[in-house]
Design a binder for this molecule. Structure first.
Ligand code: SUG
Length: 442
């Protein structure tokens, strides 16, 4: 089995909408000028880098934005141009919400269980319903279609429906999920949640908690995971209130290694003790205390939103955002981890600033999918990274993307048209078939 990072290609409407309360960067950068072209190229450069380290790499496509489907569902009728003009005039906030390129953060696209961990021996994928925020809730339909186009062989893959219902089953996908494994033992799945739909709990006071315990439990059931090796943990309410809207803002783990901040989980000690019980003495963690690395710095510089890349010799490299290199406390922490008694041997810094300004670091930009060779060969689209694909994608970005966008530009009907033209071409490059709404109605 090998892990593939499915990175989200940044879409042509990438902009700073200030749409995500509780996500500090999104709020702070509202209205700034974005550069969709640079954002997409930074993403492809990251994929190339990870691929170059020998890790599995693949790509997921952007979603059509503005979402005319969402605007029509809210009562705007007529031609595409008419829908956009009316929404822009009468409900600009809705147009902003319908235009977000947030699908780029594919850690939120779905939760995935590899076939080795599921009782029916298939890979299970549950697209996230992203109920907590409107601009993200509209991702689930397209994500489901894209996942079904890629994981198309029913003998090997199951792509479930996103969880039903409203806020009680709010699910943010893999950003709150970590899979651990050590040789000779079955894997362990850690699911984190911010609030409970039912029952008493002390939650955050300032910012919304997005993921519910009930949603996490439903995903674990759907994926046929061994209940004995599944752990549910509450995110720290103080952490959420400081801007850790997803677990992956303050914690990242892989294999037998866990790197986390003390504000990641409510019962931090309990989580670590349980993981050690299940994984044995080879499990090791590196913990940042508030003293060593204040939550404010962790949220601002995102050292825990690093990718951990496991090399063939069992060592791990940390791929951190450049912003962590520039924050002395975050950098000192990462260097301490490299020097410590653990499998980490290096830290490398990546420039994903366009995404970071909306609160998305390296780990947010990728969905981890572990596949066997047979499963990889059964993928139904051309999504595995190769230098040839990267070159085509870069040429495609240069051809279609603007290098400057502010929220007011979202009213421009030409932008919607550009996006459709670009995405239509992309489905051909990736061999995806007609996964988008506009390809089905036109
Ligand atoms: O859902 N930002 C995303 C960032 C998601 C990061 N993902 C993980 N941590 N896995 C969010 O908050 C901002 C969009 C805007 O303001 O334009 C936004 O949606």
């Amino acid at each position: 089995m090998r892990e593939y990072n499915f990175d989200g290609l940044v879409g042509p409407t990438h902009n700073y909408g200030g749409l995500a309360p509780g996500n500090v960067a999104s709020t702070v950068n509202e209205g700034q000028v974005s550069n969709p072209r640079e954002a997409a190229l930074q993403g492809i450069a990251k994929m190339r880098f990870v691929h170059g380290l020998g890790a599995g790499q693949a790509v997921l496509p952007p979603h059509p934005r503005p979402s005319l489907r969402a605007l029509r569902a809210l009562g705007f009728t007529g031609s595409d141009e008419h829908v956009l003009a009316r929404a822009s005039k009468e409900a600009f906030q809705l147009l902003r919400l319908a235009s977000s390129a947030a699908a780029m953060w594919t850690a939120n696209a779905a939760t995935v269980a590899p076939s080795a961990d599921t009782s029916d021996g298939r890979v299970h994928v549950t697209p996230a319903n992203l109920q907590a925020m409107f601009h993200r809730a509209i991702e689930a339909d397209t994500t489901t279609r894209v996942m079904r186009a890629i994981f198309s062989d029913p003998a090997r893959f199951v792509v479930h429906e996103a969880l039903p219902g409203g806020g009680q089953f709010a699910d943010e996908g893999a950003a709150n999920h970590t899979r651990f494994s050590v040789d000779g033992r079955a894997a362990v799945h850690l699911f984190a949640w911010g609030r409970r739909a039912w029952g008493e709990f002390a939650g955050p006071k300032r910012f919304p908690a997005r993921q519910t315990l009930e949603a996490s439990q439903a995903v674990a059931r759907l994926h046929h995971l061994d209940a004995e090796r599944t752990v549910f943990a509450q995110q720290s309410p103080e952490g959420i209130d400081a801007g850790a809207f997803h677990t992956d803002v303050l914690a990242v783990g892989t294999g037998c290694f866990f790197m986390l901040h003390e504000r990641a989980f409510n019962d931090l000690r309990g989580v670590l003790v349980r993981l050690r019980e299940l994984l044995g003495d080879r499990f090791c963690s590196e913990l940042a205390t508030e003293d060593e690395l204040p939550t404010k710095d962790a949220v601002g510089a995102y050292p825990f939103n690093s990718q951990l890349v496991e090399r063939e010799d069992g060592t791990i490299e940390i791929l951190a955002p450049k912003d962590s290199e520039e924050n002395p406390r975050a950098k000192d922490f990462l260097e301490r981890v490299v020097a410590g008694r653990n499998p980490v041997t290096a830290v490398r810094y990546l420039d994903v600033r366009q995404s970071m300004h909306n609160g998305g670091g390296p780990a947010c930009l990728r969905l981890r999918v572990a596949l066997t060779d047979e499963e990889r060969s059964a993928l139904g689209a051309r999504v595995l990274f190769s230098e040839a694909l990267a070159a085509e994608l870069e040429a495609w970005v240069h051809k279609h993307y603007r290098d400057r966008l502010i929220p007011n530009d979202l009213s421009d009907p030409a932008l919607a048209r550009e996006c459709m033209t670009a995405l239509d071409e992309l489905t051909r490059i990736l061999g995806l078939g007609s996964v988008y709404d506009f390809q089905q109605t036109h």
